[in-house]
Design a protein around this ligand. Sequence first.
Ligand code: 4AD
Ligand code: MG
Length: 447
Amino acid sequence: MQTEEEKQEVKEPEAEAPAVYIDQLGKYDGQRVRVRGWLMHHRDQKKLQFIVLRDGTGSVQAVAFKGDFTPEKWETFAGLTQETSLTITGTVRKDDRAPGGYEISASDIDVFQLAASDFPIQPKEHTVGYLMEHRHLWLRSNRQRAVLRIRAEVVKAARDYLDNNGFVLVDTPILTPAACEGTSTLFETDYFGTPAYLAQSGQLYNEADIAAFGRVYSFGPTFRAEKSKTRRHLMEFWMIEPEAAWMELPGLLELEEGFITYIVQTVLENRRAELEVLERDLSKLEDIKAPFPRITYDEAVKILQSSGLDVKWGDDFGGDEETVLASQSNRPLFITNYPTEIKAFYMQPDPERPETVLAADLIAPEGYGEICGGSQRIHDPELMAKRIEEHDLPLEAFAWYLELRKYGSVPHSGFGMGIERLVAWISGVPHLRETIPFPRMLDKIYP
Ligand code: 4AD
Ligand code: MG
């Protein structure tokens, strides 16, 4: 039989606090919550503990007072290591000085795993080589998270723009029987006894898809065995490629301008905090609005020659030339009408100047180089057959592509944008390797 006093001591078990994400803390001001994440910093002041926790949506500081914990629980705080995975329970308090605007007054802590004490990335200078070796852990740092969040925003904005403007996403294959962008940069693989290649571009398939859907785009990984070790080249990169029936070069330039403007302005609106982490000069991005300046290849050659560069008509432009040309303007620059000789087999010659093609490269400002490459495509079956032959491409592998010109051929155009190039420019990070979670580079396929 319980006495009256004993009965009163039986407490209802306290309901478990809801687990919430750090970016949602504002909805729980004054309430008890659980926050689960990884420990970024820990300051032990004997009677007071400060823990900064990261959960992927943000970070928050939790403060614990010794008086609120049993001695056994308080012991947990001793020896907490960076990257320990843990849950903190506590009350959300508004604090204008805190980075996310809130703090947690902790009432409980549960360690899920005490991280090994030798986390390789410390708040000090490491070489990039070292950081790349530890890319799988480096991703957790503020800067890398900011860049990759911007990447996700770029992808979403790019897709939203096309989805909302009548383009249909139609996927293209990765294993392909032939080259799209010239044979020199193909990754070959064995397809049950016949050679196959990793796709350099989805374009040729997009050209088939437009006769079904009018306007399409593909978005996927593309592969280039480029033996170049520059800050602008990856072996594996993600490309978004719109293609539209009935579109000619002027329409293509308008599409690209609208597309790039929308992406840049959307990132500015939705990822300002990340751009600030990266100390990006926002005024440079605010100015990115259509229309973009346009020059022809002929004019570009003259500009380069008068800047003292050793360039003659017929040369392809490299990074240095692109940087000089782009410095003419704060906005991306279109260069049109390249010599036929230096461009891909499928590009439509300009009827007014057939030694040049109806192509455009879009060059980013601030030295980021070419972000989009596009053109009007040859729609005439005879001319296309001739080009395939001139470029020594295997006719059998291109038979289907030629057939597209036999059944209702129409003028059409498209372009490809490398996601990493755009992210590098928008984020202001100089090297493409930081713009993709796990870069594939000339000397590196680890991790
Ligand atoms: O200019 P590219 O080679 O064009 C094509 O592949 C066309 N078939 C696209 C099309 O018209 N549908 O490549 C397009 C873009 C470049 O402007 C650049 O942004 C990116 O792809 N790119 C690379 N990005 C990273 N690393 C590389 N090695 C890249 N090569 C091209
Ligand atoms: Mg190109």
